[in-house]
Design a protein around this ligand. Sequence first.
Ligand SMILES: Nc1nc2c(ncn2[C@@H]2O[C@H](COP(=O)(O)OP(=O)(O)OP(=O)(O)O)[C@@H](O)[C@H]2O)c(=O)[nH]1
Ligand SMILES: [Mg+2]
Length: 543
Amino acid sequence: MSSFSFSSSSPVSKFQWRANYNPQPNRPIVPFTLSLLRGNCYSWRLSCNLTQQHGLDFEESVEQDEIPQFLDFSAAEEPDMEKATIDAPCTTLRKKKRGEESLDDRFKLRNGKEVFEEKAYLVGVERKGDGECLFNIEESLEELEQLADTAGLMVVGSTYQKLASPNPRTYIGSGKVSEIKSAIHALDVETVIFDDELSPGQLRNLEKAFGGDVRVCDRTALILDIFNQRAATHEAALQVALAQMEYQLPRLTRMWTHLERQSGGQVKGMGEKQIEVDKRILRTQIGVLKKELESVRKHRKQYRSRRVAIPVPVVSLVGYTNAGKSTLLNQLTGANVLAENRLFATLDPTTRRVQMHNGKEFLLTDTVGFIQKLPTTLVAAFRATLEEISESCLLVHVVDISHPLANQQIEAVEKVMSELDVSSIPNLVVWNKVDRVDDPQKVKLEAEKSGDVICISALTGEGLDKFCNAVQEKLKDSMVWVEALLPFDKGDLLSTIHKVGMVKETEYTENGTLIRAHVPLRFAQLLKPMRHLVKDTSLCKER
Ligand SMILES: Nc1nc2c(ncn2[C@@H]2O[C@H](COP(=O)(O)OP(=O)(O)OP(=O)(O)O)[C@@H](O)[C@H]2O)c(=O)[nH]1
Ligand SMILES: [Mg+2]
């Protein structure tokens, strides 16, 4: 093994590294790993570990600001170094290909809409001694990048800072603010996104510090933006609009500052007054939205109570975003719910009937995914949609077991579930995407050991029969034991019991069919008159 390092002034990020080994005459091509990248926007240091084989000699010395001849950064499409891993301990920047980008190229089609791909720069803070965080700062920033990508932004770089406590004025320290300002100029950044929720004051101060037309936003605003783009139903659109307005209200700042500029600063305070007017307008709009939302919810409740009249147990899929909930629903029911490798593909709940091979059935509901640092405003906004969850007989927690942060994601989901007060509903854990893990056998063994876990692949269909049986077993736990005498003209009820309940015994008597079964609670209530018949005819048996 031999290693070397060099420095350069070209901005470059770990995501954009595509290094090419430029073969020299009489030298075989040897794969090598880029192992370390340190630096800020103007200079960086790269170390490479080279497997020294075939008598290779890598003693080229590299001058400052010079890209070594055997590393060709312009050849970004070359796949040689696709898997190169580089740690970026502090700042990462993307290398742009000069003269290649036109404004037209930056209009991208997202969810059927054409959006301008703004250039974004990500900023995070790692709190020293903060044991509460499930994800470390790099993992959290990586997820933020995925969110930015889902929202249609182009991430050109990121940075983070370790702090004992955030700066009350600017969240980050003044040195970091200057560093980001330089990056903004160097990379034509249009939006700076912070990984944590910023206070209205911090937002204002940061926008002032960065100057120009740079937009500063935080994780919450970004998620709201995604939800806004994705809301497909009227209710979801209203919920998101309401959440966005409530988020904006204390943050109204820059919209009217142009009034002060236009009047040459002579009518100072004009912008301030306008902000007050604006806030009043926003408050009125919030009121209108709330009323509209209330009426939509009333309708949905009526619809749901109609569904409640059908005594089929409801099972809800919950889990981290991108875990595979919609894929599972599609696979089991043939539904055509959008399932894609993006965060928050699903916003609106979809319910479909699952028919098992043994004739049993249950309703399966797909819901909005959860995420770490899920803003409380959003949890509240989606509480109504999440009512579907709270009224289920069983919650199926879908986990992407192939994800490197599966354990942290499980914890984040459990945290949100306890916030939603649904921890008391029986639940079943499924480890999805077993087809993607390195050692499926080991994972399956682990699942078996932990008892209540089912391994599946929603994509290939592996383990789905086992999953349905486990659902059935779990549903049985939430059912009640009944003995009822069904008159012969109630044949339809009898077949429903067979579909939704677990029948233990049927006995044909001269007065009707005596049935002993576990049935959903709601159904047991429906059977009440027929349960009395059993007592009357003294056919009651010990369970
Ligand atoms: N390899 C593999 N990929 C899967 C599996 N299940 C889902 N996926 C993929 O994972 C991605 C996300 O799947 P979705 O079903 O949209 O995930 P979701 O949980 O509904 O995500 P949100 O709606 O964003 O919360 C898609 O690209 C799926 O094709 C699986 O079992 N194996
Ligand atoms: Mg989904």
